[in-house]
Design a protein around this ligand. Structure first.
Ligand code: SF4
Ligand code: SF4
Length: 387
């Protein structure tokens, strides 16, 4: 078992755990068995048949956020998450995954998303009917967590499209509103493949896929390709898509947006997609103010603690991790946090009620005043019918 990772597992086992100081899980719980080195050491022993792959060992593989902070420190360019995802897939296949993970997967199957809700219905209720265009060649992929937790991001995105006269994008409106990232991180690999295949056939008609969720962007672009569902259309972040439109922006900027704010780099955007300067440039360009910085920023950002399935099994630790991030805002006397991950936004709001927490696009939309007479705010025109 795990022979395909032999080289990686051996390198980690003989390493003096150089990356543990960057691992949010180890920093939070101090348990050496939960450090990248600790988990890899145990898996290497399973590989060498020195111990069996038991439910306890399987549970260890879920002690990871998938944040890739360890890889930034690793001299051998090792990536821990792919090894752990493979081990989780084995755990699910052997039916030895932790019970909360089994329940999470079962919950997912109710509506093909982790929130067990009809999210297409909610998407239709989020935007006026005029935005849903059957003939559009560019799809905006909302993300299940954005629809469920932060639907204002979707409204703000289409409001900004209106201001920038972008009228050729449609919200992706198929029954499945999840890319499958929760399944793959839970270890439900076969279920992920089934879902990815359905999404692949629905998405392949578009010429461009735009998403405001970094985890969705990475999954649709990279994980789908890994499972032979390479989408013919490019998948781009909303920032990359908007960049040329914002460059020539000729709108009046609101004067009341010069709030002291900090930008939090989501792991999937800054590390997995290598996008850290563009959101800062957009914020500075729209507001005339450089965002403040966390001590750990850009590719060295600290995870908010809610990556993958970690909060499903370690909710208390996940909450402590995000509180540490928020404490830094208190220390720096900041009252607004701007970021770009629906899970970070939702959890930062939950744990940091004194802060205003906004998505980058919502912030930009707030900054840019509407051109006179042409903008109709989507928030004020809810009356709509399902197309
Ligand atoms: S990922 Fe790199 S730094 Fe971390 S334990 Fe493995 S070899 Fe060492
Ligand atoms: S990906 Fe993040 S949580 Fe997982 S082992 Fe590496 S640093 Fe720790």
């Amino acid at each position: 078992m795990f022979e395909e990772f032999k080289k990686t597992l051996r390198l980690c086992t003989t390493c003096p755990s150089l990356c543990q100081s960057a691992c949010p899980v180890f920093i939070q719980d101090g348990n050496k068995s939960h450090s990248p080195w600790g988990i890899m050491n145990i898996l290497n022993r399973v590989r060498k048949k020195e111990m069996p792959f038991t439910p306890a060992v399987a549970a260890l593989t879920y002690q990871c956020l998938g944040c890739m902070a360890c890889s930034e420190q690793c001299e051998h360019d090792i990536e821990i998450p792919p090894v752990l995802l493979s081990a989780r897939a084995k755990a699910v296949e052997m039916d030895i995954a932790p019970d909360p993970i089994k329940e999470y997967i079962a919950k997912f199957h109710r509506h093909n998303n982790p929130h067990a809700r009809d999210l297409l219905k909610k998407l239709y209720n989020t935007l006026p009917a005029r935005y849903f265009k059957k003939s559009a060649s560019v799809a905006y992929y909302s993300s299940c967590t954005t629809i469920h937790r932060c639907p204002e991001i979707i409204r703000d995105t289409f409001s900004l499209f209106d201001k920038l006269k972008i009228d050729f994008v449609t919200p992706y409106a198929d029954p499945i509103q999840c890319c499958g990232y929760p399944l793959i991180t839970a270890g439900a690999e076969y279920d992920f493949v089934d879902l990815a295949e359905v999404n692949f056939h629905s998405l392949k008609k578009y010429k461009l896929i735009v998403t405001g969720s970094p985890a969705c962007a990475y999954t649709l672009k990279t994980t789908y390709a890994k499972y032979d569902f390479k989408l013919p259309a490019p998948v781009v972040s909303i920032n990359q898509f908007l960049k040329p439109y914002l460059k020539n922006i000729n709108y009046r900027l609101k004067k009341n947006v010069r709030t002291k704010l900090m930008y939090h780099d989501p792991c999937y955007l800054a590390r997995h997609l290598d996008e850290h300067e563009l959101p800062r440039e957009m914020i500075a360009g729209a507001s005339g103010t450089q965002p403040g910085e966390f001590y750990n920023n850009r590719k060295n950002t600290s995870c908010s603690g809610h990556g993958g399935t970690y909060p499903i099994i370690e909710d208390n630790h996940a909450c402590e991790i995000i509180k540490t991030r928020l404490d830094e805002c208190t220390e720096k006397k900041i009252n607004m946090i701007v970021t770009q991950c629906p899970s970070c936004i939702h959890k930062m709001r939950e744990h940091g009620r004194k802060f205003i927490v906004k998505d980058v696009i919502s912030y930009i939309n707030d900054c840019v005043e509407e051109p006179e007479g042409e903008y109709q705010d989507a928030r004020h025109s809810r009356a709509r019918s399902t197309p």
